[in-house]
Design a protein around this ligand. Structure first.
Ligand code: HEC
Ligand code: HEC
Length: 275
């Protein structure tokens, strides 16, 4: 089923919308552009543990934080299967769980607040179809007070304009794909500085692979790269000189981006103020 979906996707230039098919639209967001599994699926020595797809358990240690990513499969006991659609949407878009507890980092909530109502509904439709996995995860520890909320309660979040490549690319690289979360350097508060240094690169990711640093994706950083080079890097994880890209760049998910979305992302990156 999954292979058939990606095969059909390869033949179509455009990604599914909620109106076309809620589950396929949600699958494309969660598994391709959103790469939710990059955090929510635990990684073993052989790569992502497919028997625990989206079942959480990965841990991240930073000064003052011991973060464990939760289970977002529909398991009623250890996942989100007992939550209503509205509760799930509120959790990933506003960062508030049904019991009122606010989510901490690393969820890119500031960006996810702008996921459209249609795309949010599609994400839930798809998450309900994922095999439930019983996998209890630790509660994250944050040694500092989390904010009371990540912003006022959301009203209607409109659909993006899919006919304007730069605007749609901004939506893909921001709210849906969080490229700018990893590719913007930290500001004074330690969070990615989208305001002054959007996509300017320089966030560091220590891990078993050593330390990777996100490159500058503004026109300064991509000046020497053709559109084909950028397409290849995003979807294969290999640079034009043949060198492989390190984690956590989720190119394995972006391998299934439809051509129109890749073009929109590139159009948007080329439109950014050079940094
Ligand atoms: C960069 C890592 C990262 C990415 C990408 C990510 N998440 Fe999360 N997510 C987390 C972490 C960490 C938490 C828990 C934070 C905490 O413990 O307070 C979380 C919590 C959640 C929760 C609340 C579950 C619970 O039991 O508390 C939901 C729902 C969720 N994520 C859905 C998603 C969806 C849907 C996507 C993709 C569109 C996604 N996440 C992408 C890291 C991530
Ligand atoms: C979870 C963090 C993360 C996310 C999300 C992410 N990237 Fe990356 N990206 C990286 C890191 C880290 C590197 C550098 C890897 C290395 O040094 O080998 C990288 C490398 C790249 C490169 C190679 C640039 C060069 O000149 O070498 C491109 C292009 C790129 N990312 C584009 C994107 C786009 C477009 C998106 C969103 C669709 C995205 N990235 C999302 C972390 C991320």
């Amino acid at each position: 089923m999954k292979n058939l979906f990606f095969w059909l996707l390869a033949l179509s230039a455009t990604s599914p919308t909620l109106a076309d098919d809620p589950i396929e639209c949600g699958r494309y967001i969660v598994e391709v552009i959103g790469a939710c599994g990059n955090c929510h699926t635990p990684v073993g020595p052989e790569g992502p543990d497919t028997s625990k797809h989206l079942a959480g358990g990965m841990t991240f240690e930073f000064p003052g934080m011991a973060i464990t990513v939760p289970n977002i499969t529909p398991d009623k006991e250890t996942g989100i299967g007992a939550w209503s659609d509205a509760e799930i949407i509120r959790a990933f878009r506003e960062g508030v769980r049904p019991d009122g507890r606010v989510l901490g980092p690393l969820m890119p909530i500031a960006l996810y607040r702008e996921i459209s109502d249609g795309d949010a509904a599609a994400i839930v439709a798809y998450l309900r179809t994922v095999p439930p996995v019983n996998n209890a995860t630790e509660v994250s520890r944050y040694d500092f007070p989390l904010p009371d909320n990540w912003g006022p309660p959301l009203g209607v979040v409109p659909e993006p304009d899919r006919d304007d490549p730069v605007a749609y690319g901004e939506y893909l690289a921001g709210p849906l794909g969080h490229c700018v979360e990893c590719h913007s350097p930290p500001g004074e508060n330690g969070l990615p500085d989208h305001h002054n240094q959007l996509a300017a690169g320089g966030l560091t990711f220590p891990g078993p692979w050593g330390t990777s640093v996100s490159p500058n994706l503004t026109p300064t950083g991509l000046a020497q790269r053709s559109d084909d080079d950028i397409r290849q890097m995003i979807t294969t994880g290999t640079r034009p000189d043949g060198s492989p890209m390190l984690p956590p760049m989720p190119f394995y998910a972006y391998a299934n981006l439809v051509p129109e979305d890749l073009d929109a992302i590139i159009a948007y990156l080329r439109s950014l103020p050079p940094k």
